[in-house]
Design a protein around this ligand. Sequence first.
Ligand SMILES: Cc1cc2nc3c(=O)[nH]c(=O)nc-3n(C[C@H](O)[C@H](O)[C@H](O)COP(=O)(O)OP(=O)(O)OC[C@H]3O[C@@H](n4cnc5c(N)ncnc54)[C@H](O)[C@@H]3O)c2cc1C
Length: 439
Amino acid sequence: MADDPLHLVAVIGAGPAGLFATRALAAQGCRVVLLNRDIKPGGLAEYGIFLNKYKMKGGLRRQFQKILSDPLVTYLGHVTIAERGDLTVADLGALGFDALVYAIGAQGTKYLGIEGERLPGVYHAKDLVYHYNRLPPFSEQPYPMGKRVAIVGVGNVMVDIANYCVHFCDCDEVVAVARRGPFEKAYDDREFEDIEDAFDHALYREELERIRPRLEAAGQNPAELIAALAPGTEPPTRARLRFRFLASPRRVVAEGGRVVGLEVEETRLERKGDRIAAVGTGQTSVIACDTVVFAVGDRVDEHAGLPYKDGLYLTVPADDPAAAYQVLDPAAGKAQPGVYVVGWARRASDGVVGRARLDAETGVKHVQPYLAERPKRPRAEAERVVERLRQTLTARGAVVVDYPAVQRLEAAEKARAAAEKVEEFKFASDREMLDLLRP
Ligand SMILES: Cc1cc2nc3c(=O)[nH]c(=O)nc-3n(C[C@H](O)[C@H](O)[C@H](O)COP(=O)(O)OP(=O)(O)OC[C@H]3O[C@@H](n4cnc5c(N)ncnc54)[C@H](O)[C@@H]3O)c2cc1C
């Protein structure tokens, strides 16, 4: 019934985790306010998944539309909850929600702490990914790519960046740099198919032969990898992708402020229990390149206002760490009542959209018993809290974008895509989007 009493929950972050948490909460009758930093919802599903995966993004957008059209859900985009945001964590806590679910992803940068990491021409993958997927303000900033790009990391994000370099930029060579060896690669072979055309088999074979003694010393046999290479494969004609294994970045080498190489220390492999670790040998060399991209995962934003340590938000230590969804109050040494964290905000850079959905749904299962202990409130009272939130945001000068406005924006983008005969069009700045929405 429209005026049955209910619980009122704020979900912060409208990426997959926040959206699926919203769906799970609304399904159990909660009134949900979904606050999001970006104007448009979707998080990395909108601004991370590779440029031309239109079908996958379209499928997710349709699921998100359904969630956002639920009358129990209010979307408030272009609102940041952070130490210097439109609202702080404390402001939000004081408004009187029954529970708060943080799903703000992993917005911090994992710096390796090496020399030259902040030079022009050195990027962290998330920023570059946001840039080519047209998320403001990254979309408005230049990210020039050179001819020879070194990508540090061998996960699926490396594959995406390599895909961008070889198919969307004017690169001649991409070098994927790994501290460990080919058996420890973290990308999925299916994802790799997207860059197979640039994969230089001859150089890969050479690289495996170069490191063969070190692989064999760790009990690994490169023969099966060599056998899997198609014999006589033609070298790539446009840009080529090669690997540099057993190489740990030491510094970005620059001349006159321009990147000219990545200095690496050779490593060898050592078994540590179930794990294979890379151990430096002291021998260094320089990989010639003019652009370096670090694709080594992210950390959570330490300035969001949640208790933070070593790249993660602090949650209540549970017997099973996989069940730690409640945010810790470090001073009290126990859980902050009613405050939860899900998705990549809980475990930075952990898996695909399906994993974020599962994590959000599991998180909501932890919220349920907390809510069950609290009295429900009349719908009208819940709406007064939502109204107070809107008024507070307006008083602070926030320009809030609601879901009907997002739909107008999406319609305008679709029309532009049709007019320009392209698959997808996205406005590149908040200014353009807000101008378009101005009455
Ligand atoms: C390069 C790349 C490619 C990927 N490709 C795929 C793929 O092909 N297929 C696949 O299944 N998965 C892919 N993934 C993984 C997938 O994107 C993630 O699993 C998923 O997006 C994580 O969801 P999340 O909601 O936890 O975080 P995010 O998607 O990061 O969402 C976080 C949301 O929180 C908002 N936010 C951040 N800070 C604040 C704040 N302070 N206040 C308010 N709101 C805030 C942001 O605006 C954003 O909307 C990819 C990831 C990356 C990085």
